[in-house]
Write a protein that binds this ligand. Structure first.
Ligand code: AMP
Ligand code: GLY
Length: 454
């Protein structure tokens, strides 16, 4: 464990133009607010707090781990748009980083723009890339971006007829945000029709299901790719893979993610170039042309097979838990890159990455992703954090009395580690987990198995 050493020289020509002795550090010094309170936000705060550009870091609502490196404002929720704007005004914030999808899709970036406060994250119009699956599918169709074949429906009759005409399995998606539960992979016609009826009748997912996308089931290996953009220029980050199922062997129910690692062997330099050329760049151009430039990070969920990458979906924000491994590997200062997304000038920036592998293993409360208790005590975190190369991000914790750390959610800890090989990174993460005393928690023991198969 330990503090994060950041390379500060990597600011690009625009910022490097500040000659030594010039007062640029002073004039760029910023008070930064991160919106959110999970493991992704802890990792972002960890990177931002290491930046010489950040003089004071706040996080709202934050969590017990974030509180060790930022001042948390617990009573302002991540989705409370007026509350976050008022908070930023009161704290005289210079730059806000909006990390989660829900406030972005609801227009938080627009609200900050109206208030005259600089903020990172796409506008409501650009966030439709995540907020509406049909919007993204139509954008892909209009721009020849490779993705699953699909049709969209608002009426049950035609949707059923379409399902019956297509091969199985078939994928049914609610158009809007449905907390990760709006995707049904149907193995039978009956399941598919039940999912369609459920969504279109408005019983499950409400308005998010008033329109459904029915699409081809794609075979292949999934990977996540991230690229920053200022609306015009694109700065590729790196690839990662996550594990969405709760249990070993990628079995059990879907979760928000039980672990991740980077680099992802399936996503090599050639695959990254193809993804940029065939998927990301046409998307950024199309959104700019439509008058809704995307400023922030594009998270492309990909399906990769022998023919190349295809888009599964876009998210309008950093991945969780992928961000935890990205921030471990990032050697450059994150803040100038985030600023450049908001202000333009991303083409002058370059980021440096460690060639080491990073892994994160999620410790969740037993019962997750269904119901689980809150408030159990976690011991041994300090010892675990001392394992070489290990960084522990908190995803759902709360400070208890006497300095105790209490579980406060489903996903609770992201035990992350870096090492020259993925084998060693994984060994380090599990060594740290062995030192954590939390009987109420569980974790997968096979994170990164795809990167280890030979
Ligand atoms: P999403 O909520 O869109 O991320 O979808 C959740 C998961 O469903 C994805 O990570 C994929 O594993 C799977 N999925 C979604 N769409 C497809 C598809 N067209 N073909 C195969 N798997 C899919
Ligand atoms: N890693 C999955 C997500 O962030 O949506």
């Amino acid at each position: 464990g330990g503090s994060r050493g950041v390379e500060v020289i990597h600011l690009g020509p625009n910022l490097a133009a500040c000659a030594p002795g010039a007062n640029c550090g002073q004039s760029l010094a910023m008070r930064i607010l991160v919106v959110g309170g999970g493991g992704r936000e802890h990792a972002l705060c960890w990177a931002i707090s290491a930046s010489p550009l950040c003089t004071k870091l706040y996080c709202a609502p934050g969590n017990a781990g974030i509180a060790q490196i930022a001042e948390c404002i617990e009573n302002v929720g991540a989705e409370d748009i007026p509350g976050q704007v008022a908070l930023a005004q009161r704290l005289k914030i210079d730059f806000v980083v909006i990390a989660p999808d829900a406030p972005l899709v609801a227009g938080m970036a627009d609200a900050f723009a109206e208030a005259g406060i600089k903020a990172w994250g796409p506008s409501k119009a650009a966030a439709r890339i995540e907020g509406s699956k049909s919007f993204t599918k139509e954008l892909c169709r209009a721009n020849n971006i490779p993705t699953a074949a699909y049709e969209r429906f608002t009426e049950i009759g035609p949707a059923e007829a379409y399902v019956r005409s297509q091969p199985l399995p078939i994928v049914i998606k609610a158009d809007g945000l449905a907390a990760g539960k709006g995707v049904i992979i149907a193995e039978t016609v009956e399941q598919a029709i039940e999912a369609v009826r459920d969504m279109l009748s408005g019983n499950r997912f409400g308005a998010a299901g008033a329109l459904v996308v029915i699409e081809e089931f794609m075979q292949g290996e999934e990977a996540s790719f991230f690229a920053l953009t200022d609306g015009e220029h694109v700065l590729p980050l790196v690839g990662a893979q996550d594990h969405k199922r709760a249990f070993d062997g990628d079995t059990g129910p879907n979760t928000g993610g039980m672990g991740a690692y980077s680099p992802a062997p399936v996503f090599d330099a050639a695959m990254q170039q193809r993804t940029m050329d065939e998927i990301v760049l046409p998307t950024v151009r199309a959104l700019a042309k439509a008058g809704t430039p995307f400023k922030g990070v594009l998270y492309a969920g990909l399906m990769i097979d022998a023919k190349g990458p295809r888009l599964v979906e876009y998210n309008c924000r950093f991945g969780d838990p992928e961000t935890q491994v990205l921030m471990m590997r990032l050697k450059s200062d994150l803040v100038p890159a985030l600023l450049a997304c908001a202000e333009g000038g991303l083409k002058h920036l370059d980021l440096r990455w460690s060639s080491d592998a990073a892994i994160t293993v999620i410790m969740a409360t037993r019962g997750y992703p269904d119901s689980y208790p809150k408030g159990s005590e976690i011991r041994g975190l300090d010892e675990a954090a001392k394992v070489e190369g290990v960084q522990i991000f908190h995803a759902g914790t709360k400070a208890g009395p006497d300095g105790k750390i209490l579980a406060n959610g489903g996903r609770v800890l992201n035990v992350s580690a870096m090492a020259p090989t993925v084998e060693e990174a994984r060994a380090r993460a599990y060594r740290a987990i062995d030192l954590i005393d939390w009987p109420e928690g569980f974790y997968r023991k096979d994170i990164a198995w795809r990167a280890l198969k030979s």
